[in-house]
Write a protein that binds this ligand. Sequence first.
Ligand code: ADP
Ligand code: SF4
Ligand code: SF4
Length: 589
Amino acid sequence: MRIAVIIKDRCQPKRCFMECVKYCPKMRMGTETITFDEKGFPVISEELCAGCGICVHKCPFAAIKIINLAEELKTDLVHQFGQNGFRLYRLPAPKEGLVTGILGENGIGKTTALSILTNNLVPNFGEWEKGVERPRVIEHFSGTELRDYFEKLYDGKIRTSLKPQYVDKIPKVTKGTAIELLQKIATPERIKALLDDFGFESQQLEKNIGSLSGGELQRLAIMASVLKDAEAYFFDEPSSYLDIYQRMKMAKIIRELAKQKIVVVVEHDLAVLDYLADNVHLLYGSEGAYGVVVPPKAVRVAINTYLEGYLKEENIRVRDYPIEFFEHPPPETPVQEIVLEFTPLRKTYDNFTLKTEGGTIRKGEVIGMVGANATGKTTFVKMLAGVEKPDEGCITRSVKVSYKPQYINPEENYTVRQIFAETLKDIMFTNFYKEEIEHPLKINPLYDKNVTELSGGELQRTAIALCLAQPAEIYLLDEPSAYLDSNQRMIAAKTIKRVISKTGMTGMVVDHDIYFIDLVADRMIVFDGVPGKLGKTTEILSMRDGMNAFLKSVNITFRRDETTKRPRVNKPDSAKDREQKEAGEYYYA
Ligand code: ADP
Ligand code: SF4
Ligand code: SF4
């Protein structure tokens, strides 16, 4: 079965000289394979298309995908967004008493599946012109577990609660204080109990929603979803912006909820997903073109399969290479040239003090910075950059820092190309930029998009690329994993590491995804203290000492998966957990 997809937010018929039509051999032979819709977008006839792929290569904006799919998927089509539109095959089957995870790349239908399961979208089974009525949906799924689900959903016997993906948008649609929002949903007693579970201070709730940080918005959104009276709960990326302490608390709250309810979670932090979910549906497909939901597997098997990159039952390769973890910490690299040295530093603002240990930063290394939010990571790097002066201590020299902030706010009305051209100038045309940054981070298809219409993951890739491409001595990336899918996280980690090692500059990466830190860092600094009041750092530690210091403060240990050697969170107080804590080995056994 062949499908042709036109990605409309890339297709620009007024700017491309209609290359797809011009070079299509069937059109040249007089067969009307490509016509145009009323808005001027091309329409490819899947019956007439010979599948040669010439249009795919000729389109200057990468707006066409021609894909051959297994014939048996034909009957599994659940939803299609218009002619030549995105197609979703099969659905996840949520189950009471279990946390059902969903794992797959961005743009392959996870949110679409959640919209269908929350009754925000009625699936059309490919009948995109007229759509179908809800009773047809129930009938369609007869003989499967989903029949019962849809029957109850459409009868109002299953009410749903959804934590949306982009919490940054909440202030745009909701006004007032955080507590006002929660009081509309639940009683003060229930709110109080959940606040305690989350470690959220009640004065934070007095704040206006517009002034909450990303991490606060995320927790507020999760609390609001949990408090809502419903039978089925859906969480779309609940860990973005949360530090590891908060991620573990979130996981506990969601697991508790699942004891009596239906719970479905989309999550890209694999260590968190591993801890959170019981069963996981993998999704494979092609971004913006199609997605296929695979039957559920136990969480361990699902994540291993995902890292392996090959779905055996489906005979589908989702990646050309497996992602590997190492049981042992990386060997200490020979000491490189020193970039700068600093003595213990101290910096005090009105209500916040940061105290650091002294250290030496070397060329070609990536330093992972981990710890709770609001413990002074950015303040630390600002001092190294000479932007902030320490009140005590000294630094041998100040260095130029290229900075990717945690929150990226694309307010200007420019295309990605305009911003890159203005910031990077000739650098954009160098082979190094093209091969080491633009290509792996897949920036090419984004150049002609307006920055305000990029998705969260696209914006993140753009910001990482822009940061790494600028001339500097230290590259500081604050939470580069946010909104990236697991695959993109692995690619981003590799890209950062390679650029730093090839340029001989230094990387400093703040992130809360343990797998990401494991893949990207050579050494670590652990931040500790009381968020918003006092920050303290360790010295710059080896990976072994750093992971031990960090995980000890979070009070979790990791064991190794037998097959893939990837780290897995131990159940608190299990035999392994106690044994490792006693030995002081929290990460590398
Ligand atoms: P994911 O959640 O896995 O990132 P989505 O379900 O959001 O993926 O989207 C999958 C694809 O479906 C998108 O790339 C987009 O092209 C398409 N899509 C989503 N919503 C619509 C819509 N309302 N109309 C047309 N296409 C849509
Ligand atoms: Fe132009 Fe590509 Fe759109 Fe065809 S698909 S009209 S070549 S942008
Ligand atoms: Fe024409 Fe080939 Fe494109 Fe089909 S794949 S529309 S036949 S150019």
